[in-house]
Design a protein around this ligand. Sequence first.
Ligand code: ATP
Ligand code: MG
Length: 653
Amino acid sequence: MTEQSPALDNLLTESRTFPPSETFSAQANATADFYAEADADREAFWAKQAERLHWDTKWSQVLDWTNAPFAKWFVGGKLNVAYNCVDRHVADGHGEQVAIHWVGEPGDNRDITYAQLKDEVSKAANAFESLGITSGDRVAIQMPMVPEAIFAMLACARIGAVHSVVFGGFSPTALRSRVDDQAAKIVITTDGQYRRGKAAPMKVNVDEALEGAESVEKVIVVRRTGDEVPITEGRDLWWHELVDGQSAEHAPQAFDSEHPLFILYTSGTTGKPKGILHTSGGYLTQAAYTHHNVFDHKAGEDVYWCTADIGWITGHTYIVYGPLANRTTQVVYEGTPNTPHEGRHWEIVQQHKVSIYYTAPTLIRTFMKWGNEIPQKYDLSSLRVLGSVGEPINPEAWIWYRENVGANSAPIVDTWWQTETGAIMISPLPGVTATKPGSAQKALPGISAKVVDDQGVEVGKGGGGYLVLDKPWPGMLRGIWGDEERFRETYWSRFADQGYYFAGDGAKYDADGDIWLLGRVDDVMNVSGHRISTTEVESALVSHPTVAEAAVVGATDPTTGQGIVAFVILRGNAVDGGEEAVQELRDHVAKEIGPIAKPRQILVVQELPKTRSGKIMRRLLRDVAENRQVGDVTTLADSSVMDLISSGLKSGK
Ligand code: ATP
Ligand code: MG
């Protein structure tokens, strides 16, 4: 059946595997029997994970799914999320442990212990309450990666206010639409932010965004760059004037397990961003469970670093909630990876003896482009677990990561998840799984995922189709803010008969039944009746020694339906991409995965359009490939990239 109507052709083969060392496995948090334990009784398994947290009132029921697709986890339970992330570690005698090694871009540093974190969060909570913020109120946060951003998030959680973090680089229009959508009462920002060694304004953008914004009562401004900013009397308050003088005592109140914790807008790769709603008990349970097991984190021993921005879900779950719930000592870095030099990350790893490092494929490919000699200059021997998130990681980038960063020994965990899932869903377990470059492999214990065809029937080994989540999970979204219809339509209508959550990603099983993610269903190409994933063609291109990055789209073609158009960035040491080089790349793809996938056209470019979370925006490249007006670019990290690509193409070929 899958042979007659494949939802996705399965082209790329990758057979390298890397089992964990015996020494790693022997000390690992997660063991192979977790899978069987979770399969035997999923709810009991999750109840056990929830015991990692401090509950003021224990739940009476693990899961209530009677009102699907609106789940309730740990029904009747009450807890305070901030207490779990901060106070209880101090109460347990770990107040002197460093929670955050903060590294500012210009070279300033700040170490914050759990005891200090407790004081800062308590003061901010008192300050917010003094402004009349109460449980359920929305607070928008647009800040760079400064400690106050984390204090602000935790202070909201502490008083039951709902935070919504917006990327520091977003335009006034993008901020305004998010503020209006949730009717935020307070906005927290900074005077400015450091970006690539320069101070850039922030507050003036916020002012522009908030002109006439009716819901906003106060704007709180953290001083970071020291640049002068306009202050609106009666509305604007300096953080240091408001917060610093507050009492460091604040009694955390317990909230219902289903109390809203935050709203976060998706990155908008496929269209208008959605305000994803997450709640407390289930979310924190899965955040802590996954952080502990997927990264094999040991409290008080490891130094962990997740390079995401807090404006992205990864920053929420794997900088703030998961790690702090697990009493992590972590690095938080404010700036860009090449400021002031391309070895900045490795310098930080060396200095702080980072042992767990979690980043995105886009950055790994950038490191490849910069050259192997850069990481080689630093002592990276402290690293013992490496993670990847955000996009499928191309096998060659995976191998580069393992060899150049992980000394050929640190397990790599390729973690698939989404803003909507709240936490990691599909990933190897570092002490258990023999990893495969490019595959996220297996749903975690307690999680269930399937690859299905158009009809919702599971495909067999070697088959491709749509990724679905067929059972509810604790960290799942509880809706799209203010838009129940869009929630049902986007995620639950495609496989309504089966009641599956439709992730929107293409995937396949390999011969062992492991899952490979193949990019967005929206991006799948149809060439002469073959459904080809962008990821596979991109990975084939990246496996050529001259290519650092590739983005592939399907453009309308009179004979084949769609033709494959590739945009490639060459590696630092590669000569420029003349006719011959391009022909060689086309042949290389044909050789790697078959003639059907040979790109019709390959364009050498300097940059690719990416979101702030580092994802390639293929819909914009499709516009270029089909000579259309380029669509919405508001969530691009750098909107000038599209002009560069379009003009380069016009003048070039
Ligand atoms: P929008 O939904 O608005 O288009 P988005 O999907 O880019 O935005 P996120 O929730 O940040 O916003 O991204 C989730 C998506 O990222 C997944 O659906 C998947 O396509 C991709 N992704 C994340 N991690 C991985 C991974 N390890 N392997 C493959 N794809 C991944
Ligand atoms: Mg999405």
